[in-house]
Design a protein. Sequence first.
Length: 652
Amino acid sequence: MSWAEAAPAFLVSLLVVFGPGLLWGAALGLRRLTLLALAGPLSITAVVVSAEAAALVGIGWSLLPVAVVAAGVAVLLRFARHLFAHLLHPQPEAAPAASWRTVITAWAVSAVPLAAIMIWIIGVSENIAQSHDNTFHLNALRYIDDTANASSLTLGYLGSREGTFYPAAWHAVVSLVMTSGVPLTAAVNVTNVVLITAIWSTGCLFLVTRVLGEGALPLLVAAVLSTAYSTFPYLLLEFGVVYPFLLSVALLPAALGLVLQLVGAGVPGPLRTLLSVALLIGVLPGLLLAHPSALLGLLALGAPAVLAVVQRRARSADGRARRTALAGGAAFLLVGVLLWATVRPARSGADNWLELGDAGRAVAEVLFHGPLARPVAVLVTVLTVVGAVVVLRRRRNRWILALYAVAAALFVIGNWRQAPDLRWIVTGPWYNDYFRISALLPVGGILLASVGGAAVADALLARARRRRSLRGTPEPSWFVPVLAGALVLSALAVAPFFAVQRGVVEAAAQYRYTDNSRLLTSDELELLQRLPESVPPDAVVAGMPLTGASLSYALADRRTLLPHGTVPATADARLVFEELDTMVGNPEVCAAVRRTNLRFVLDFGSASVRGGNAPVPSGLDELTVENGFVLVDSEGDASLYRIVGCNTPSES
């Protein structure tokens, strides 16, 4: 399927990602950039609330519950706005607000390059990320489609046993895009393009303008810089893949911008305090069910601004204001510590990173914006240095420097394998996974770099205007827009080089089917596409997830005994994986085969998506006629066997 043929999926995705939030924002009286930037985060909340409500009342998951929740909440918000008009209505802008033309132009400067790069990375619209966690994500989408249930409370085991919690915001959104009729894999890619260009792009504009104001220059600088970091969004398109975390990071700039506006850390904005609180509360459910660690990321990145405002207000001569500020700061720290201690996985989840990481190298990488051994990101590095100088010289908003220092500290400590206890305390919510943590660096750094970018652009524009003035040449109306456009195009031309270029190339390599691709080879894909010709719809297939064989569920709609991971979730499944090739003369194995309706085995060899060879379960080691298996179909080294050693229904 070409990207043009996926146009219906783009339309549905835009409707899901923008529709509810635009409705809610309009009901609250939001305007222009604020309305556009918060529409995406509010829509994600609408989706997750709808998914949980639909599961609770027993309604099948579809666009209908989202429409009902979106419309119902919009009516309530409109009523609340009327009832509490003096508290909720946006106050007159203390700083000029950008026009729709300026906002849309800046959005296009960010979204068009991001979309073009992402489409180049993905290649064909139906390609998949050839990485480990994608087995779970793709099978989860098929599970939601089969069960009409997108609740985060039950997604964890994909029906292989009683469900458990797994944050399902990303899966819920993609499952709605699948209603457009495109293949599951195309829905994934279309949705990711829309999530980044709709939520990340507008969120970056919103965050930067909370500090620099909604002038055209800050908007354009933020737009360019939103494309200029190698670790987001490009890294999370192929690492893991951790698509839920990708969504949560995309949501962070808008959420952080709301925090800045709520505490008054930047320029005066249009939102009254109660309205800012209401919007932040509205964004949090989507943030939490995208990925819970995003809440801690918001706390960490927001702390410098919150504490700077507390310090400023504590110096007030008004004793009551001082006490209120100190109480608020203490409450923030207390809540932060409690959440940091509780919103985290078990420590065993970080075992994969025990011997990995280099804190010394990480320090250099954050200084030169080349994390994960990538080259220096020249544009971002230069503008960050300029931004630091500007902030220090102006003695205003120095917390911006601290904000990037927090993101940098998380990355460095996440790399510090010699301090395991400190590492777990600080970065345990991210499994000590410094790859994930590196995706927070752009959120923590874009403000500082934007200060530098705005200062450089201001200086260049002022110099050009001064030169015309000295020559006595009148300044035509087109002069500043054309010069600003030239600066934007020059910056966009520089941004993709070095660190970003490496990140994009590495990501693109993970989206190609080849004879040796890591998760699914070309031969394996071809065999899976033929699976419906040989396997009845109700039959279950056994296969090793690390070889890609479990994707029979996602890509061929044939259930698999082990939909993800390496350890079967039930006693029957464990017995099958341990002893299936002893079924002839082993009634216990045959009983497990019948109870699970297992009728076929996919053999994709032992090449693991993690690299090297995956251990072959003892029960799938000898797939011979003597042991009760018959070859049904094959493509290259990929084979499909029917189980005949237990007199299963497939023999008749």
